[in-house]
Design a protein around this ligand. Structure first.
Ligand SMILES: Nc1nc2c(ncn2[C@@H]2O[C@H](COP(=O)(O)OP(=O)(O)OP(=O)(O)O)[C@@H](O)[C@H]2O)c(=O)[nH]1
Ligand SMILES: [Mg+2]
Length: 691
């Protein structure tokens, strides 16, 4: 195992690399690590050699799927770079990275500009208020358009400001002008590590450079009174002053600098690397982490608080736990306390993560990101402490998984293994979950989208050798009654041998929704001996599991047993149970039975212009719109929609809103289903039974 260096808190930066799918995040990290010398080969996402894209699922789908840390180094400072997937199904990974980063790079492609994924990660950063840098990637690609993309960035944030401008675009991209130093860097043909020659600013870019440089000076001047004075007196803010003012402005989210480059060519990497170190806060500068009564700052002498923000299992390694130390330091082999469950864990082979590799270290200082293998009782979102001191930091708020599919093992062996394997997948990715639903007799898996679910099943097969098939989840319909009625159930078999005799009269009446089943014994004068009455109750209860309309559980009713008869020899528990069940069947038919269907509260958030289409579509799904809540260009539509109409809704929503809409579902309750639905469901049940 490679051993890693020791970095003190002031020599650490934690940066989440975020952006829309395919914007160039993984390629950027690859180039930064190679150029900085922490990695000795410049890998490529297209041939499976990129440091931070190493799982078979990522290679098969050619996209990043999981959050993967790596690090670059500049002037002795370690820059932890958290690679995140851009594809929205895997957005939980981006959220985890934002939770533990002190700053972010927002990667925007010079040809595609701001996209939904960019907007989404921007929201995550806004919510935590972390400093951000824009990196306009792919400057060498045909149709690259820095100015056009910058206009789009401006719409996302008025406070975005270029600190570099490109020289040439597309195939003609050959350098950048650094507005801090007012120097042009012209990259050498065939540069391997971003080697460049310093040059004067090309004549045709002089005006543009002057304009942006003025803008930069003005913006920085307004951030600080001393600088403003210098500026107003006609003086120039020096490079050092400018960097310092920029870092302070970034910390307040007053300014977001914009960089550019082409990672596969290593163009722009050195400039970006040095600015990450100079402009982004070290963990101690990043502000306190509030945990209950504690204000945790990244200080080696503080109490240990390390948040496990990711766990990943690999067959030959076991489970890896990635953590961020918010306070305190840890040594290799240390025993720590998991504050969530009070268990003690030993941190063996303490390491810093570098793609799929781990570099072993003897100590990790406050603020750093580390990884250890084989913790036994520790899960994502647990906080590790020194023994005897419990401090839990805020957990990552994972989004709820709303896309459901039913799964079953391909073979009996696969089916038997599901109970063991599904929790492991959830552990690795909390936005995936699965559980057996006894009401519909299916195992329901939930995830963020169809690709997300597919990837989980691929992982399950690769890591655990368990294969599943998917099906549409069944709907857990129920039945209930709408009026009171009474009747008899009489079980009699008295020919030859010992006979059976049970007889009861019951009255059934509706109860409020959700009130459940209630049994009332009002038998008088011992017409049914007391010892047999519970059997009547049991008979009704068991029979109600199969309602009289379409065999779904009949719920929310009172059954009152008020009369009956018995036989001194032939009566028995079993005979009264059968009588109860017969009574249920007879009486329920007369009580106006109805089918209840599960109804889901759906909250759809979409750009305003799609609201009409969204409402039309919801109505066609028998949805009832309950309200609309517009806020800055986006509207949240709230509707109640029968669950049966929501299968694959996410895909429809994506196509209506071009990926910009998303939705949340909450189970709202049961409502009577209309006649057409009853007919359809009865026909399906009949077909199921005969088939
Ligand atoms: N021409 C050109 N292509 C680039 C550049 N950067 C990345 N690419 C290509 O763009 C594609 C996507 O790059 P990735 O680095 O995988 O993008 P990503 O943002 O990590 O993608 P996801 O993780 O899947 O969201 C790959 O084919 C890269 O080779 C660039 O600067 N110039
Ligand atoms: Mg990637």
């Amino acid at each position: 195992m490679v051993s890693g260096k020791e970095y003190t808190t002031d020599r650490i930066r934690n940066i989440a690399v975020l952006g829309h799918g395919g914007s160039g995040k993984t390629s950027l990290i690859e180039a930064l690590c190679f150029v900085s010398g922490t990695s000795n080969r410049h890998g490529n996402v297209n041939n499976g050699t990129a440091l931070t894209m190493h799982t078979p699922e990522e290679h098969a789908h050619e996209i990043s799927i999981q959050m993967t840390p790596a690090y670059a180094e500049h002037t002795g400072v370690k820059v932890n770079l958290l690679d995140t997937p851009g594809y929205l199904d895997f957005t939980g990974e981006a959220l985890s990275a934002v939770r533990v980063a002190d700053a972010a790079i927002i990667v925007v492609s010079a040809t595609s500009g701001i996209e939904v994924g960019t907007e989404r990660v921007w929201e995550y950063c806004e919510a935590r208020g972390i400093p951000r840098i824009f990196f306009v990637s792919m400057m060498n690609k045909e149709h690259a358009d820095f100015d056009g993309v910058f206009q789009q960035i401006k719409k996302l944030s008025e406070s975005a400001l270029p600190v570099e401008i490109p020289i040439g675009e597309g195939p003609a991209f050959e350098g950048i002008i650094n507005l801090f130093s007012e120097k042009a860097h012209i990259y050498r043909q065939g540069a391997v590590k971003g080697e460049y020659d310093e040059a004067d600013i090309p004549a045709e870019l002089k005006d543009k450079e002057a304009q942006w440089e003025t803008e930069l000076q003005e913006t920085l001047a307004t951030t600080d009174e001393d600088l403003l004075e210098t500026y107003l007196e006609g003086g120039k803010i020096s490079r050092e002053e400018a960097i310092d003012a920029m870092a302070r402005g970034m910390a307040r989210n007053d300014v977001f600098p914009v960089f550019c480059g082409a990672a596969p060519l290593t163009y722009g990497m050195k400039a970006l690397l040095s600015k990450l170190v100079e402009l982004c806060p070290n963990p101690a500068e990043a502000g306190a982490e509030v945990a209950g009564d504690h204000d945790l700052i990244a200080d080696d002498n503080g109490p240990l608080a390390a948040l496990v923000f990711k766990t990943a299992a690999e067959p030959h390694i076991g489970e890896l736990s990635y953590f961020r130390i918010f306070s305190g330091k840890v040594a290799n082999g240390a025993e720590v306390l998991n504050s969530s469950n009070g268990r003690v864990e030993k941190l063996n082979h303490l390491s810093i993560p570098m793609g799929k590799e781990r570099h072993e270290v003897s100590v990790l200082h406050a603020g750093d990101i580390g990884v250890v293998a084989k913790l036994k009782h520790t899960h994502t979102n647990d906080t590790l402490n020194n023994k005897g001191k419990k401090i839990a930091v805020e957990k990552i708020g994972f989004p709820s998984a709303d896309i459901a599919v039913a799964i079953k093992g391909v073979t009996q062996h696969d089916e038997d293994k599901l109970g063991e394997v599904l929790p492991k997948l959830h552990e690795e990715d909390p936005t995936f979950s699965a559980a057996f639903n006894g009401e519909i007799h299916q195992t329901i898996a939930r995830g963020m989208g169809e690709l997300h679910l597919d990837v989980q099943f691929e992982r399950m097969e690769r890591k655990y050798g368990v294969k599943v098939e998917t099906e549409q989840p069944k709907i857990a319909y129920r039945e209930t009654i709408t009026k009171q009625a009474e009747g008899q159930g009489r079980h009699r078999k008295q020919s030859g041998g010992r006979g059976q005799f049970g007889d009861c009269k019951i009255r059934m009446s509706p109860r409020p929704r959700g009130a459940g089943y209630e049994f009332v014994n009002s038998v008088k004068g011992g017409v049914i001996p007391t010892k047999y009455v519970p059997s009547v109750d049991r008979g009704i209860r068991e029979a109600s599991v199969n309602g009289v309309l379409a065999n779904y559980p009949l719920v929310d009713f009172t059954a009152e047993c008020y009369d009956g008869s018995y036989h001194s020899v032939d009566s028995s528990d079993i005979a009264f149970k059968l009588a109860g069940s017969l009574a249920f069947r007879n009486v329920a038919e007369k009580c106006g039975p109805v089918l209840l269907e599960p109804v889901i509260e759906v909250l759809v958030t979409t750009p305003d212009k799609y609201v009409g289409d969204i409402m039309g579509d919801l109505t066609s799904r028998r949805g009832k719109v309950q309200g609309m809540d517009p806020s800055s260009g986006r509207t949240t539509v709230r509707a109640m929609v029968p669950e049966a109409e929501l299968y694959k809704y996410a895909a429809t929503l994506r196509s209506i809103t071009q990926g910009r809409g998303h939705h949340i579902r909450n189970f709202a309750g049961y409502e009577p289903a209309p006649h057409e639905v009853i007919e359809k469901v009865r026909a399906e049940r009949a077909a199921e039974r005969s088939g």
